[in-house]
Design a protein around this ligand. Structure first.
Ligand SMILES: [Zn+2]
Length: 80
């Protein structure tokens, strides 16, 4: 059987599946480190995934230098 014919419903997605699962559940080590830093910045609305503030005093700097802003299709997440 060719690779493109492989049944992906079996859950065999390799290493990428593991990384994406960790990112989306918020347990990836790099994501957790970022959340610790961003949660210390003042702001009332934050990205649900990485906790970057969308308002407050740090928001303009994050938008300008880190390109952290609301995602175009989902305002609860940043455009990472
Ligand atoms: Zn984010």
């Amino acid at each position: 059987m060719a690779d493109e014919d492989r049944d992906v419903s079996q859950g065999d997605h390799g290493e990428h599946d593991h990384i994406w699962r960790d990112l989306m559940t918020g347990v990836h080590p790099k994501l957790r480190e970022g959340r610790v830093v961003f949660k210390r910045l003042p702001g009332t609305s934050r990205c649900k995934l990485c906790a970057v503030p969308f308002d407050g005093i740090a928001a303009p700097f994050l938008r300008a230098f880190m390109k952290k802003k609301h995602a175009r299709k989902n305002p609860f997440f940043c455009d990472f």
